[in-house]
Write a protein that binds this ligand. Structure first.
Ligand SMILES: Nc1nc2c(ncn2[C@@H]2O[C@H](COP(=O)(O)OP(=O)(O)OP(=O)(O)O)[C@@H](O)[C@H]2O)c(=O)[nH]1
Ligand SMILES: [Mg+2]
Length: 424
């Protein structure tokens, strides 16, 4: 399993403010209220898309913001809703909220959506605050706050097929001609030191191909970074064993083949039993005798044998098809299960709790629901402020402060707002 990770910052759109406005009609000094509602802020939505395979794009762009809602206007005109921001991620992306550390979503299916940050509600215009006693409300509701968080996207890639073989036999070349991956290719050993992944598109389907660093004799006892590399191979389902059939480095191809298999078996029986396809590479430099000898040897073991010249793509497609066939023969794998409990703020057990205390200097009131109301308060507006104050009164916070010694003229602090207490 190869893990691809990215951290991004997301922010939904703030809701538009409701408007305070009154009708103006000829010969009517003060018409009725006609301030429209603000628009809803845009959501930030994650969308699973099977055309994406990695989280690479998130290395270049890390900040994502949806549009705010428009403010309402007079004549009961509503503000436009902010546009949602849709972020496409590969199928299989697991989402973690870095604030709480909890997994919040597992995007398993193509087309699955997840609202990662909901846009703020549009504020109500003053027309909605009119009632039998309040004919001319001179206040409106502010739009709901934007929500922001940093999330971690994590994609666990299961490499279906692994390229295995001695160093310098052409594994990276094979990956580069069969996928869009761009591994380093050079004529020396251990050019590849960490696995590279690519996606093979075949028959309207796809599988992940891993180019695993070359193995050497003694790898299963830890020679080189052999154990690490073998561990990667163990996670693949099908092996393409690449052999330099030209013997260009002075080794015998049949011996190469045997030695690599001995290392696989030396590491684990499970590895030795994986379906294996043999790809004899560098046929442009190989003698027919060498090719035929390896072919007979491999086929006598009941394995499928192919020849190729990777740089010019010769023989590559047949090998990919054979690997695909082997994959399809395997039983379906178990699913990765992520359990998570979505918690909305209303389900939060202490959402409605309010806390009132004296911090040695001033009186403080705090609470989660209070914060929500606070965020939608229009501080330039007496009516809106009154609503906030009445909420604290109703919740008993003001009485608690009085018990603690609150007196006329003392400062009450609510989040980043301070006001003077006036006895009624
Ligand atoms: N003549 C010839 N050269 C090839 C062929 N395939 C690969 N090569 C060359 O062999 C060298 C090694 O190729 P790589 O693809 O880097 O080999 P690798 O197996 O990934 O090597 P490591 O990462 O070191 O394990 C490069 O110079 C390639 O151009 C082939 O079919 N014919
Ligand atoms: Mg390589």
């Amino acid at each position: 399993m190869f893990v691809d990770k990215a951290q991004i910052f997301i922010k939904s759109g703030k809701g538009g403010n409701g408007a305070v406005s009154f009708r103006r009609e000829p010969f009517v000094p003060q018409g009725g209220p006609d301030g429209g509602n603000g628009g809803k802020g845009g959501d930030v939505i994650l969308l699973a898309d099977r055309n994406l395979r990695t989280l690479m794009d998130f290395r270049y762009k890390r900040k994502y913001e949806a549009q705010p809602g428009e403010d309402g206007r007079g004549r009961q005109q509503f503000g436009k809703d902010g546009e949602d921001l849709i972020i496409k991620v590969p199928v299989g992306t697991v989402v973690k909220d870095l604030g709480s550390g909890a997994y919040i979503c597992d995007l398993k299916e193509d087309g699955q959506r997840f609202v990662a940050a909901r846009g703020g509600k549009g504020g109500k215009g003053n027309v909605l605050f009119k009632n039998s006693v309040r004919q001319a409300p001179n206040f409106a509701e502010a739009g709901g706050a934007a929500r922001e968080k940093t999330i971690e996207l994590e994609l666990k890639l299961i490499a279906d097929v692994g390229l295995v073989g001695y160093p310098n036999v052409g594994k990276s070349t094979f990956l580069s001609v069969s996928t869009s991956a761009n591994p380093k290719i050079a004529n020396y050993h251990f050019t590849t030191i960490t696995p590279n992944l690519g996606v093979v598109q075949l028959y309207d389907d796809s599988f992940v191909l891993a180019d695993i660093p070359g193995l050497i004799e003694g790898a299963s006892e830890g020679a080189g970074l052999g154990l690490d590399f073998l561990k990667h191979i163990e996670r693949t389902k099908v092996i393409i064993h690449v052999v330099d059939v030209s013997g260009s480095e002075g080794r015998d191809p049949i011996e190469d083949f045997e030695k690599i298999n001995a290392e696989l078996a030396g590491y684990s029986a499970k590895l030795a039993e994986k379906p294996q396809i043999v790809a004899a590479n560098k046929i442009d430099m190989a003698s027919d005798e060498n090719i035929d000898a390896l072919r007979s040897y491999v086929e006598a073991k009941g394995l499928r044998f192919f020849t190729m010249c990777a740089p010019i793509h010769e023989g590559v497609d047949d090998i990919l098809k054979a690997a695909y066939e082997e994959l399809k023969k395997l039983p379906a794998e178990e699913e990765l299960i992520v359990t998570y409990e979505p918690t909305t703020e209303e389900e939060d057990p202490d959402y409605r709790d309010i806390k009132a205390y004296f911090d040695g200097e001033k009186y403080v009131v705090e609470g989660k629901q209070l914060k929500k109301i606070f965020d939608s308060t229009n501080f330039n507006d007496a009516g809106s402020l009154r609503y906030l104050y009445n909420y604290m009164l109703k919740k008993g916070a003001i009485d608690q402060l009085i018990e603690l010694g609150l007196e006329e003229g003392d400062i009450i602090s609510v989040f980043d707002y301070e006001f003077e207490y006036i006895e009624e």
